[in-house]
Design a protein around this ligand. Structure first.
Ligand code: NFS
Ligand code: SF4
Length: 645
């Protein structure tokens, strides 16, 4: 096991890792260490076990240049990769499907959900061809719920939200036959196409990967975001706090972890219930403290300002504080190993999704039809567990303030003014060179990389160079932990241009746009910038880039694909598992740019990664005939990292 400072850049994490080591508690970093070295066939994507003539492992320099069926390294690498896209798209899209189903229930007056953003609902209705004028809100809600639900199983045609893309991008997709038909259709297409003896031409396989990923970004995820806004309210900037120090040893601590906002929204209400607060006090606690982990945290942070206990690699560490009385989980990014910690700590793990059961958790089925009742039952179980605390109560005294809650809509209000919501000032700031460009920093933690170190170093380097940052998912939480989501961070870390713009309007230099499904908001920001005018006719023309420094999930592969296919250059902190397929590697890091406008680069060094994006941004500025960045970068590359991390 390596030193805690090699595991994480976060002092709260390091304190917990050290404490766990002293008491012999096994953590994810210990399991990584014993797993090394990992199989290079897997890492390079050239192990195939699609049929039982295999498994086949390709060794280009040895005897096995192709699989038993004759599949080449490129065929195998492409098939494996697009199956990751299918899984990632399925996950995001199912999340959207669940939210759409809940909208239908709300429309039919079943359950405890209400319509919170009627303006957005009516706008969506018009876009989807649902008659809304003069109709009561619940009738419109039903029409919208049925229309978006139908997108999942649509067999032919084009998903509706793909038409939001700038015309030039849509044209590229149409010319290459990759406009998605429906989410389920594209996922099934991948599974069929990649089974033994179907598609073996790697470009063809990869283009179906693009089509499926576009179904995620421009439909499945976009539905999740839009309908969540309708049901739970479109976010507005909101203050909160982040890191393990938001836990309170004297209170009943309830943690929500996973992704879907349906249950967590109700948990927020249940935690304010007078009867349950009284029950908590009767057990000796001072009250109920709710916090989140991963993207569920981002969902209730964005809309209610609920504090965030941490990102992906904080899930075990939160339990190890000994003060988490219940951890409520639904789907995605919940480590199966979590439940085992329950033998050491008193935390009650409560699984709630029909889809996700754990050998060691208690399962309380969450029913949307009686959502608040389910939520109260779950919170009550946490309160009842408070007296069972045993062993240490160790809450690191580490927390930061932050501002979250930015959207494609409210950026226009902030920069344009309340009565003149427009992207004009943002476009002008980019055109003048005050903002050199914009980068979306997204994605996970990965225990093979020092937690948060990549995210934080890249963001600081970008800000120093006057590149404004948009963040989502675990990357946004990483940035929040070091104070980058405060308006003051513009002064501290921003170059002259960032300082001028962000300080004037009082926004942080890193804008938190929500969970990973909310990368659909980032697509709309890029689209709105194009439509505002002055920065080209396509997302491809924009001085922007994307980066996922610490990615690990299949969902991240789907995201990466729809982002490059939307015309955005994207850097990954560790390579896609394709390096054993030379044709696939060359196409995704080179040739695909001519087709869709974006491509991948792989770079593990944060400063070099930032440099790649800044060079790309400068090249795009030049192509647009824009002046170079208005101000010289502040300080020296990475100079303050040693102090800050
Ligand atoms: Ni995104 Fe959000 Fe985090 Fe990665 Fe997991 S929580 S959906 S997949 S680990 S960023
Ligand atoms: Fe081997 Fe071909 Fe079967 Fe894959 S599909 S396991 S390469 S025989």
């Amino acid at each position: 096991m390596s030193n805690s400072s090699q595991c994480s850049a976060d002092p709260a994490a390091c304190a917990m890792i050290d404490a766990c080591h002293e008491t012999g508690v096994n953590l994810i970093w210990d399991r990584v260490a014993t797993m090394m070295p990992q199989c290079r066939y897997g890492v390079q994507g050239i192990c195939c076990r699609i049929c039982t003539m295999g498994p086949c492992r390709i060794n280009p320099a040895g005897k096995n240049k192709v699989g038993i069926c004759g599949a080449t390294a490129d065929t195998i690498a492409a098939r494996n990769l697009v199956r990751m896209i299918a899984a990632g798209t399925a996950a995001h899209s199912d999340h959207g499907r669940g939210v759409a189903h809940t909208l239908l229930m709300a429309a039919e007056g079943k359950g405890d959900y209400k319509i919170r953003d009627e303006v957005k609902l009516r706008g969506l209705a018009r876009e989807l061809g649902v008659v809304e004028k003069g109709k009561p809100v619940l009738e419109v809600a039903k029409g919208v719920a049925l229309a978006v639900s139908a997108q999942y199983g649509q067999q032919e045609g084009e998903v509706v939200f793909a038409l939001r893309a700038p015309a030039d991008q849509l044209k590229r997709w149409r010319e290459n036959g990759v406009v998605p038909r429906g989410m389920d259709r594209e996922v099934v297409d991948i599974m069929h196409r990649t089974t033994m003896g179907v598609d073996s031409e790697f470009h063809s396989i990869l283009h179906q990967g693009v089509r499926t990923a576009l179904a995620d970004g421009w439909s499945g995820s976009m539905i999740a975001t839009e309908i969540s806004d309708v049901l739970f309210g479109t976010p507005d900037p909101i203050r909160s706090r982040v890191n393990l120090g938001v836990l309170d040893a004297k209170m009943v601590n309830i943690l929500v972890h996973g992704h879907e906002p349906l249950l967590s929204e109700m948990i927020v209400i249940a935690c304010q219930d007078a009867e349950l607060i009284a029950l908590a006090k009767s057990k000796g606690a001072t009250g109920i403290n709710l916090a989140g982990i991963c993207c569920t945290a981002n969902e209730i942070l964005m809309r209610h300002g609920v504090p965030v206990a941490g990102n992906f690699l904080h899930q075990e560490l939160a339990v190890a504080t000994g003060v988490v009385d219940a951890m409520i989980v639904d789907v995605q990014c919940v480590m199966p190993g979590l439940g085992d910690l329950g033998t050491t700590f008193h935390t009650k793990f409560i699984s709630t999704s029909k889809m996700a059961h754990f050998a060691t958790t208690e399962h309380i089925q969450f029913e949307e039809s009686s959502a608040l009742e389910s939520a109260k039952k779950i919170v009550r179980a946490g309160i009842e567990n408070y007296p069972n605390r045993k062993g240490r109560a160790m809450v690191p005294d580490v927390r930061s303030d932050m501002v979250a809650g930015f959207t494609a809509e409210n950026i226009a209000t902030f920069l344009g003014g309340k009565y003149r919501a427009t992207y004009r000032p943002l476009n002008d700031a980019v055109m003048s060179g005050r903002f050199r460009g914009a980068v979306a920093v997204v994605g996970c933690n990965n225990p093979k990389q020092c937690q948060d170190a990549g995210h934080v170093a890249i963001i600081k380097e970008l800000l120093r160079n006057d590149v404004i940052v948009i963040a989502t998912g675990c990357a946004a939480i990483a940035a929040a932990k070091v104070g980058l989501l405060t308006p003051e961070a513009a002064e501290e870390w921003g170059g002259e241009g960032i300082r001028e713009v962000c300080s004037t309007v009082g926004i942080p230099p890193v804008l938190h746009m929500g969970a990973c499904v909310d990368i659909s908001r980032v697509l709309m920001v890029a689209t709105n910038i194009v439509k505002e005018g002055g920065l080209g006719t396509s997302i491809v023309d924009l001085p922007v880039a994307g980066v996922a420094p610490e990615w690990m999930s299949e969902k991240a592969v789907a995201i990466g694909f729809y982002v490059i296919a939307s015309g955005i250059y994207t850097v990954l902190g560790s390579p896609l598992p394709i390096e054993g397929g030379p044709g696939v590697l060359d196409y995704l890091t080179n040739g695909i740019e001519k087709v869709f406008g974006g491509k991948f680069a792989f770079e593990s060094d944060p400063i070099k990664s930032a440099r790649l994006m800044i060079d790309h941004i400068d090249a795009k500025r030049k192509a647009l005939g824009l002046p170079p960045a208005m101000y010289a970068p502040k300080g020296e590359a990475g100079a303050r990292e040693a102090v800050a991390v």
